[in-house]
Design a binder for this molecule. Structure first.
Ligand SMILES: *[C@@H]1O[C@H](CO)[C@@H](O)[C@H](O)[C@H]1NC(C)=O
Ligand SMILES: *[C@@H]1O[C@H](CO)[C@@H](O)[C@H](O)[C@H]1NC(C)=O
Ligand SMILES: *[C@@H]1O[C@H](CO)[C@@H](O)[C@H](O)[C@H]1NC(C)=O
Ligand SMILES: *[C@@H]1O[C@H](CO)[C@@H](O)[C@H](O)[C@H]1NC(C)=O
Ligand SMILES: *[C@@H]1O[C@H](CO)[C@@H](O)[C@H](O)[C@H]1NC(C)=O
Length: 430
């Protein structure tokens, strides 16, 4: 419903623009300024503030640099979504622009190679999508305040760096085939996710100030710096990566929140998979993992040590050529415990002991690996009571949800999920 609602709104919005196409300089004060003629472009170039939205469409004869020399503020959105013909210009420039109250959203402008907006510091969302020629976008480093998304999909950027942004809801960096480095040195909190998918393999990634994130998903990375990360509310995934070491020196908890009734939520717990060069992992402060710990197919990894880990709500699936796997503080595992090592003489005795003393609730196997139940997409679809009962067992209340501490009531997760669906649909549509 949200999808069609957004989509309809978008179409309606476009029709409105179309009927106001012939703007003059008084257009600066209009609720929408659509650039679909040279006249409209020239009018827009005189504006310092645009009262509503600024929309760039195809215009025959547009100069190769689309510049708004006077523009300081857009009180609506700054959009170019390219509905029909390819815009031929290659540069978009607004040297004085500081604020876009709603979206800064540029998509499918296939010739665009440069966005030059060195002073743009405040937007609600930034979305750069499907800009395969884009190699320079200084706007990404100037941003200081974002209410929602920092989203860069399908560009030719080689670096994304930002030293100012402390907070965002979504940080989603997908399908950037040349990206070598992502560095956000001020980011403390991403309240929905930080997700890297299908970018160039071997990206260097650094979040030196990050303290809290909901979903953290790293794919195809060569290094990761997260020295201050303490809390991952949803899951922590490192997958298909070439990194050699993975260190999370401050991370205390993974998965402090869950709601089995919200189907968009897919929580995985801690997953480290398909990292052929990974030789060491370090989680010295990790105390609890809500949901699974899955560590598989990291062929260089010989030692796994979680010195403070006490509780794992769901399943453990750890497989490799390990000489040592140690979890000396482990008290409770709510699901199955499958630990496989093909090293001869691998010692399972600590875990067998935990099993005999009742600390492992589900099936147990060591050193023969067995595949734990696969969790796909929305979790606990089949049995929403499953996690509750695990949690009850962990807390000794047998079936009831734990009292206090374990589940945090999130701020507007449904709203966030809604934005997420809406965003995905708008992105697919344009
Ligand atoms: C808004 O734009 C229309 C069409 O371009 C124009 O006739 C009208 O004067 C503008 N209104 C303002 C307040 O600038
Ligand atoms: C990237 O954007 C271009 C232009 O819209 C599109 O043709 C291409 O399919 C996109 N690639 C991906 C991986 O989304
Ligand atoms: C992160 O942001 C959310 C949403 O604004 C807030 O509820 C939470 O307290 C923040 N966490 C930290 C550690 O600042
Ligand atoms: C791991 O990465 C592969 C691609 O390299 C992807 O197909 C798969 O969905 C990823 N798994 C998770 C859990 O992110
Ligand atoms: C194990 O990881 C390697 C390297 O990432 C990958 O090519 C392979 O497909 C993975 N194997 C399985 C069974 O996922």
């Amino acid at each position: 419903m949200l999808q069609s609602c957004l989509f309809t709104a978008f179409l309606a919005f476009r029709l409105l623009y179309t009927s106001h196409a012939q703007s003059t300089s008084s257009a600066c004060g209009n609720y929408s300024l659509i650039i679909d003629s040279l006249e409209a472009f020239e009018a827009a170039q005189t504006c310092t503030t645009i009262a509503g939205d600024l929309v760039i469409e195809y215009v025959a004869g547009l100069p190769s640099i689309v510049e708004f020399p006077n523009l300081e503020q857009v009180n609506g959105s700054f959009l170019s979504l390219n509905f029909d013909e390819n815009i031929l210009a290659s540069e978009l420039s607004a040297p004085k622009l500081t604020t876009v109250v709603n979206d800064f959203y540029i998509s499918r402008w296939v010739n665009l190679s440069t966005i030059d907006m060195p002073l743009l510091s405040t937007v609600n969302r930034i979305r750069l999508n499907n800009l395969p020629s884009l190699t320079s976008a200084n706007v990404l480093s100037s941003l200081e305040t974002i209410e929602n998304n920092y989203e860069i999909w399908n560009t030719s950027l080689t670096e994304i760096t930002n030293e100012k942004l402390q907070y965002a809801v979504f940080v989603e960096i997908y399908n950037n085939p040349r990206l070598e480095k992502l560095e956000m040195t001020a980011l403390r909190n991403a309240s929905y996710d930080i997700a890297l998918r299908r970018n160039r393999p071997d990206m260097e990634v650094s979040f030196p100030e990050l303290v809290e994130v909901w979903y953290f998903e790293m794919q195809q990375i060569a290094s990761l710096e997260i020295p201050k990360l303490e809390s991952v509310i949803g899951h922590f995934i490192v997958n298909s990566s070439s990194l050699k070491t993975l260190e999370a020196p401050s991370l205390k908890t993974i998965g402090t929140w869950y709601d089995p009734t919200i189907s968009i939520t897919s929580n995985f717990g801690l997953k480290i998979q398909n990292c052929p060069n990974l030789a060491s992992i370090s989680f010295p402060e990790l105390v609890s993992v809500q949901l699974d710990i899955i560590i598989t197919n990291n062929t260089a990894l010989e030692v796994v040590d979680f010195p403070k880990l006490e509780r794992i709500t769901a399943n453990v699936g750890i497989e490799g050529s390990f000489t040592n796997v140690t979890m000396p503080a482990l008290e409770r595992v709510g699901g199955v415990f499958y630990l496989g090592s093909d090293e001869s003489g691998f010692d399972c005795s600590d875990f067998s002991q935990l099993r005999s003393s009742g600390g492992i609730r589900g099936e147990y196997s060591c050193p023969q690996y067995k595949e734990p139940p696969n969790r796909q997409g929305a979790f606990y679809e089949g049995d929403p009571g499953e996690l509750d009962s695990w949690l009850g067992w962990l807390n000794g209340t047998n079936g009831n949800a734990p009292s206090g501490g374990t589940s945090i009531n999130p701020l507007g997760i449904e709203a966030i999920a809604g934005i997420c669906i809406g965003a995905a649909v708008v992105l697919q549509a344009f």
